[in-house]
Write a protein that binds this ligand. Structure first.
Ligand SMILES: Cc1cc2nc3c(=O)[nH]c(=O)nc-3n(C[C@H](O)[C@H](O)[C@H](O)COP(=O)(O)O)c2cc1C
Length: 189
């Protein structure tokens, strides 16, 4: 798969086989992640890998509580509230691996750096036959002090990009994109 094929093939996967991603494969993906560009070449990313499904279930349950405590009034909010209120809903879709990309202290570009590393990770995962999905729902729980400590993060660290990984249980539908919304394109007069 070349890089453009991977870009088009990657989709958010939300159903996984129980099969665990092995350590050599994960290390290859992390090595690809750190090839991402970063502001001033700071390479600020820290990686925490969770491959304990009981721990992930605990984080999911706490995340649901936290997210439900925030009132969301719009239609999308109502949709998500319904999901979060469903006892069997696991915000990690029962994936057996979570990679959390964090920084030791937030700077002006740390979110960009982490998400660029996350995209590299997801494209490399796709090339290895793995599915992935960003889990924004997990960000609040991963930044709770006791969870940060479990993830090897100090008090000033910030968990930014949570990515689940695993072997897809089913084929994933393509989500069509709109055409690029080009609002300016200037040539010399
Ligand atoms: C920052 C970010 C946070 C996301 N959080 C979630 C999430 O919490 N749960 C989820 O199922 N998908 C999440 N997604 C995945 C998007 O829903 C998905 O990328 C989008 O619907 C487009 O689908 P595709 O990735 O298959 O093309 C997130 C994506 C991004 C970029």
């Amino acid at each position: 798969m070349n890089v453009v094929e991977a870009i088009y093939a990657r989709r958010a996967v939300r159903a996984y086989q129980p099969r665990m991603v092995d350590e050599p494969t994960l290390r290859l993906l992390l090595a690809a992640a750190v090839q991402a560009p970063s502001a001033m070449n700071q390479q600020p990313w820290l990686f925490s890998v969770v491959q304990d499904t009981a721990q992930l279930k605990r984080y999911s349950d706490r995340a649901k509580e936290m997210l439900l405590s925030v009132t969301v009034a719009d239609a999308k909010g109502a949709h998500y509230r319904g999901l979060l209120e469903t006892p069997s809903f696991n915000i990690f879709y029962d994936a057996a691996t979570l990679v959390v990309i964090s920084v030791s202290a937030r700077g002006p570009y740390s979110d960009a750096d982490c998400w660029l590393a996350a995209e590299n990770l997801m494209l490399a995962a796709c090339d290895s036959g793995l599915g992935s999905c960003c889990i924004g729902f997990a960000v609040p729980v991963l930044n709770e002090p006791e969870v940060k400590a479990e993830l090897g993060l100090g008090p000033s660290a910030v968990a930014i990009a949570p990515i689940i990984l695993g072997y897809p249980a089913t084929a994933t539908a393509n989500i069509a994109r709109g055409a690029p919304n080009i609002v300016a394109w200037m040539h010399a007069k």
